[in-house]
Write a protein that binds this ligand. Structure first.
Ligand code: AHR
Length: 521
C-alpha cells in the first residue's frame, strides 16, 4: 500500500516538473511600499513633424473641410488622443525643424509664404499649420508643447524672437505682433529643443562646435512669463558617447549661475535591426519578430551608458535624459510616397511600445521625457487616417492601457525571467514594470515576448495588504495582426482573467505574445 502511495507521489512530482518546463518558471517580487522615483507623464509624449500626413490630413484639415474639425484640427483625432492622455507633443520636427522659419507660419493663412520640405518628399509646405495652430492643438489636447528651434539654418535672433512671441506679455515687438495675429494672452511654453540631430540633418556639426552653439542659442532664450524654460540639448548619433561627454563636460565647467542653458539632453534611437533591409511592417516571420525585439532592448544599454556619463558630471541628476524620438521604422507601405514614412502597425509594434515604456519607467530617475515617433500617419503611429476614416493602432492601445503609470511612483522589483531563444540568440521572455498611483492603486504591466509560448509568473507583493486584482490584455491571433480601415479591430484592449491573488502572491498565466496590465487594490 505504502509503495503505491510513493508511486503516486512520484508521478505527481514528475507531472509538476513537466508542467513547469512547458510553461516556464518566472518569478517577480514587487516592493509595493518602496517607490521613490516618479514616472513622469512626459514619458508618454508624442512627436508630430511636418512629414507626410503627420500634420496635413492627419491633424490639420482646415476649417472648410467636410471632416469634422475645430478651427481646422480634426475632432476624431483629438478625441482619440485625449483618451490616451497625451502629455506633450514635440513639433515641428525632426529634420524639418532646422529648415523651418516660424515667421512664415503666422498671420493670415492666405498670405503665408510657401517653402519646399526638402527632407520629406520635396513637397510644398504652405505653412497653413503654424505656431497658433500648433498651440491650439496643444490646448485642445490639454498637453504641453515641446518646440524644436531651428539652429541649422536659422539665427539666434529668430529663435529668441519665437520665445518672446509665444511667452511674453510685455511691451515689445513680438508681443505686439502676436496680439495683431489674434492672440492677446501669451502661452506658456516650457520645453524648447535647441536644434535637432545637429550631427546630421541639423547642420552636420561636431560635438565641440555644437556645444558652443548650444550655449549661444540657449543663453538668448529668455524667461518672459515666469515659467523657467527647459532647454533640451541635441544628442549625438545614438551610441555617440563621446558627444554626451563633450556636452556634459562643458555644462559642468560652466559657472553655476549660467548652467540653466541646458536642462535636458536628447537621445534618439529607432528600432531597426538592419538599416539596409528594414522589412515591411506587416509581412514578417518569427525571426523578424525576434530581431525587432532584440534590437529594441538595446534602448536599455543606450540609456544606461549615456546616463552613466551624465552621472559623472551631474550626480544630482539635474539634467533629464530626453528620448525625444523612438520607435519602429519599417519600409513604407507599398504604393505610398517613400518620403512620407507611412507604415502599418501590428502586435509587434505594440510589444515594442510596451518594452520601451517599461524601460523608460525603469530609468525614470534620469529619463524625464520620451516622444514616440510619430503621433499620426508617420512611423510607429498612434493613429492612421485615410480621408475621413481613422484607425487606432495596437501601439495606441498600449499607450492607453499604460496611461495608469503616468506620474505614479515606480515600484522597485526583482524579476527572474525565462529566456526566449531564436537560433543562437536569447532575450528575456518577460518585460515588466510596476507603479503605485496617488490613490494607492498598484499597476503591474507584463509583456510576454514569446510569440508561441504562454508563460506562468509567480509574483510576490511585499508591503501591501491589497487583496483584489483585475486586469486588461492586448493580444491577437497572429504576430502581425493589425487594425485596418473599414474592418473590425483585430487588436484592442480586452478584460484579462488570468491572474489570481492569494495571501500576497499573484499567480499570472500570460498567453503568448501578450501585454497585460494588472490593477491591485
Ligand atoms: O522621425 C523621422 C526623422 O528621424 C526625424 O525628422 C529625424 O530627427 C530623425 O532622423
Amino acid at each position: 500500500m505504502a509503495g503505491k502511495h510513493v508511486v503516486i507521489i512520484f508521478a505527481f512530482l514528475c507531472m509538476q516538473t513537466v508542467l513547469l518546463a512547458q510553461s516556464g518558471m518566472n518569478t517577480l517580487v514587487v516592493h509595493a511600499d518602496g517607490g521613490k522615483d516618479t514616472i513622469s507623464r512626459f514619458i508618454y509624449g508624442q512627436f508630430a513633424e511636418h512629414l507626410g500626413h503627420g500634420i496635413y490630413g492627419g491633424v490639420w484639415v482646415g476649417e472648410d473641410s467636410p471632416i469634422p474639425n475645430t478651427r481646422g484640427i480634426r475632432n476624431d483625432v483629438v478625441a482619440a488622443l485625449k483618451k490616451i492622455r497625451v502629455s506633450a507633443v514635440r513639433w515641428p520636427g525632426g529634420c524639418f525643424a532646422d529648415e523651418y522659419h516660424w515667421g512664415a507660419g503666422i498671420g493670415p493663412r492666405a498670405n503665408r509664404p510657401k517653402m519646399v520640405n526638402t527632407n520629406w518628399g520635396g513637397v510644398t509646405e504652405d505653412n497653413s499649420f503654424g505656431t497658433h495652430e500648433f498651440m491650439d492643438l496643444c490646448e485642445q489636447l490639454g498637453c504641453e508643447p515641446v518646440i524644436c528651434g531651428n539652429i541649422g539654418s536659422g539665427t539666434v535672433k529668430e529663435m529668441s524672437d519665437w520665445v518672446q512671441y509665444l511667452t511674453s506679455d510685455g511691451d515689445n515687438p513680438m508681443t505686439e505682433l502676436r496680439k495683431k495675429n489674434g492672440r492677446e494672452k501669451p502661452w506658456k511654453v516650457k520645453f524648447w529643443c535647441v536644434g535637432n540631430e545637429t550631427w546630421g540633418c541639423g547642420g552636420i556639426m561636431s560635438a565641440d562646435h555644437y556645444a558652443n552653439e548650444l550655449g549661444r542659442y540657449s543663453y538668448f532664450l529668455k524667461n518672459y512669463s515666469g515659467t523657467p524654460l527647459y532647454k533640451i540639448s541635441s544628442g549625438g548619433l545614438q551610441e555617440d558617447y563621446a558627444w554626451t561627454e563633450t556636452i556634459m563636460k562643458k555644462w559642468k565647467n560652466t559657472d553655476a549661475w549660467l548652467q540653466g542653458y541646458m536642462s535636458g539632453y536628447s537621445l534618439h534611437y529607432y528600432t531597426v535591426p538592419d538599416w539596409n533591409k528594414k522589412g515591411t511592417a506587416t509581412d514578417f516571420a518569427e525571426k523578424d519578430w525576434f530581431a525587432t525585439l532584440s534590437s529594441t532592448l538595446k534602448m536599455d544599454e543606450l540609456i544606461r551608458r549615456h546616463a552613466a556619463i551624465m552621472d559623472a558630471y551631474d550626480a544630482q541628476r539635474r539634467i533629464g535624459l530626453i528620448v525625444d524620438e523612438w520607435g519602429n521604422w519599417f519600409d513604407v507601405e507599398p504604393g505610398t510616397n517613400p518620403g512620407f514614412l507611412y507604415q502599418q502597425n501590428t502586435l509587434r509594434d505594440a510589444m515594442v511600445a510596451a518594452v520601451n515604456l517599461n524601460l523608460f519607467h525603469k530609468h525614470c530617475d534620469r529619463v524625464k521625457m520620451a516622444n514616440i515617433a510619430q503621433m499620426v500617419n508617420v512611423l510607429q503611429a498612434m493613429i492612421l487616417t485615410k480621408g475621413p476614416e481613422i484607425v487606432l493602432t495596437p501601439t495606441y492601445y498600449v499607450f492607453k492601457m499604460y496611461s495608469v503609470h503616468q506620474d505614479a511612483a515606480l515600484l522597485p522589483m526583482e524579476l527572474q525571467s525565462e529566456s526566449y531563444t531564436n537560433g543562437k540568440d536569447s532575450i528575456p521572455t518577460l518585460s515588466v514594470s510596476a507603479s503605485k498611483d496617488r490613490e494607492g492603486r498598484i499597476h503591474i504591466s507584463l509583456a510576454n515576448l514569446h510569440p508561441t509560448k504562454g508563460e506562468n509568473l509567480r509574483c510576490e507583493l511585499k508591503g501591501t495588504t491589497s487583496a483584489r486584482v483585475s486586469g486588461e490584455i492586448i493580444t491577437a491571433a497572429t504576430m502581425n495582426a493589425y487594425n485596418d480601415f473599414g474592418k473590425p479591430e483585430a487588436v484592442n484592449i480586452k478584460p484579462f482573467k488570468g491572474a489570481q491573488l492569494r495571501n500576497g502572491v499573484l499567480t499570472v498565466s500570460l498567453p503568448a505574445k501578450s501585454i497585460v496590465t494588472l490593477e491591485v487594490n
